[in-house]
Design a binder for this molecule. Structure first.
Ligand code: PMP
Length: 449
């Protein structure tokens, strides 16, 4: 074993990893990366088909983003963001306000996706206190949601595998059934359904609305739940319910933001305006950590008062609005028009759909779903009954291992194998990726059935 890997395994605890698995499958030592390719120390390359955990947008090592970072590094690296400010943050705030719905005029920076959502929740919570509605202490979210790994956002999440052990630490929140169309708990069909799941959310708001601060939701794709692409009418319905029952709408666009669904933000597909939008991951094209929570002047003004009124928002992270992150974000946003990114996303989606169609008949492919650069296959033990593979079967791990052997990073979510492609991927590369993926999936089918 390479000596660096030995040292890694001696001292490092990797995220979302059963470290014992590293005995058989040690981490890969990365030497360089360019575009969609990551190269290891032996000269092998891997297609970064999941955008390095959904954050890389324009490809690795992009000269335009790199130049912006280098230029800022020669000026200054980081300064405190209370009592001081800087042009990178000011420019970025302006850009974010310009590309999000008009009502969102205020930007609060943080440094990751969990904090971007946690900030929105705390702001909403305190908003109601500041306007003398202390009884609003609860949030409504979806039972299979994922909003991050801090205790606060885990309280409004529901991916049991990640969360169930921590349940005693969570605050109470109301959970509505997720629009998981393939396994619709109401036995309805996606295209013709009467949105029974939305009615359940309405029942919660009808009964509890006066005690609720906000509804928290990932727009259009519940990513960590297994890339659950749900109907636009559901999202529109949720926005309508938030308005009807007078509660805030918090849209977690940490994963869906910055082009992933085919628009800059998923909310644009349905033309809704939330009270908060939470951004991170792709905001810097995945080059540096940054989070941002945007909200309205109405929310902001509930905090704006004389100091002794105690309405201040006491929240802030050391690396708030890191200037190098901010310039990376500014450059990344510019690239969308410079490189005609939205046309590229359309082409990627077309090719993705052709691939998914091709493999949908394999015996273990239960469902396929796609939106923008995201495409997923849910693997099942029995196609007719939709019976899932048991956890101990570790089918996902098999796919991951086989993917790596074939130069692909197919890191699954449970039994869901997915692509979350960076926009930089070229048509020839996509053909190659799908050829390799088809080989992996066909071999899996042969091994399993
Ligand atoms: N919200 C969503 C929708 C996410 O997908 C994630 C991360 N996968 C987060 C929040 C948390 O982001 P981070 O990992 O940067 O804390």
């Amino acid at each position: 074993m390479n000596s660096f890997i030995q040292k890694d395994l001696k001292h490092i605890w990797h995220p979302y990893t059963q470290m014992k698995d590293c005995e058989k499958l040690p981490p890969i030592l990365v030497e360089k990366a360019k575009g969609i390719k990551i190269y290891d120390n032996n000269g092998n390359f891997y297609y970064d088909t999941i955008s390095s955990w959904w954050c890389n947008v324009h490809g690795h090592n992009h000269p335009f983003i790199k130049a912006a970072i280098k230029k800022q590094l020669d000026r200054f690296e980081h300064v405190l963001f209370a009592g001081f400010t800087h042009k990178p943050a000011i420019d970025l705030a302006q850009k974010l306000v310009e590309i999000t719905p008009q009502k969102l005029q205020r930007v609060f920076f943080s440094d990751n996706g969990s904090t971007a959502v946690e900030v929105a929740m705390k702001m909403s919570f305190q908003y109601w206190k500041n306007i003398n509605k202390p009884e609003r202490n609860y949030f409504v979210s979806l039972d299979k949601a994922y909003h991050g790994d801090t205790i606060g956002v885990m309280s409004v999440s529901g991916v049991d595998l990640f969360n169930s052990k921590f349940k005693p630490l969570f605050f109470k929140s109301f959970k509505a059934p997720s629009p998981y169309c393939y396994r619709c708990p109401f036995g309805e069909d996606k295209d013709s359904c009467a949105l029974e799941c939305l009615k359940k959310m309405e029942n919660i708001l009808k009964a509890q609305g006066k005690r609720v601060c906000a509804v928290v939701i990932e727009p259009l794709v519940m990513c960590a739940a297994g890339m659950l692409v749900y109907p636009e009418k559901y999202l529109k319905g949720v926005a309508g319910l938030a308005q009807k029952y007078g509660v805030h709408l918090i849209l977690d666009e940490v994963a869906t933001g910055f082009g992933r669904t085919g628009k800059m933000f998923a909310l644009e597909h349905v033309g809704i305006t939330p009270d908060f939008i939470c951004l991170s991951k792709g905001i810097t094209s995945g080059y540096l950590p940054l989070g941002a929570t945007l909200t309205t002047d109405k929310v902001f003004s509930a905090f704006y008062d004389d100091y002794d009124k105690l309405k201040t928002f006491y929240h802030g992270h050391t690396f708030t609005a890191n200037p190098i992150s901010c310039v990376a974000a500014g450059a990344s946003i510019e690239l969308f028009s410079k490189e005609d990114s939205f046309a590229k996303i359309k082409d990627i989606n077309n090719q993705l759909n052709l691939f998914l169609d091709k493999i949908r008949d394999l015996p273990m492919v239960g469902d396929i779903r796609s939106k923008g650069v995201i495409g997923a296959m849910e693997l099942v033990a029995d196609k007719k009954t939709k019976e899932p593979f048991g956890l101990n079967k570790r089918v996902g791990m098999e796919v991951y291992r086989a993917g790596l052997k074939n130069g692909l990073i197919l890191r699954p979510l449970g039994n869901v194998v997915y692509f979350f492609l960076p926009i930089c991927v070229r048509s020839g590369e996509l053909n190659d990726i799908f050829k390799r993926a088809e080989k992996v999936m066909k071999k899996l089918a042969d091994d399993l059935f």
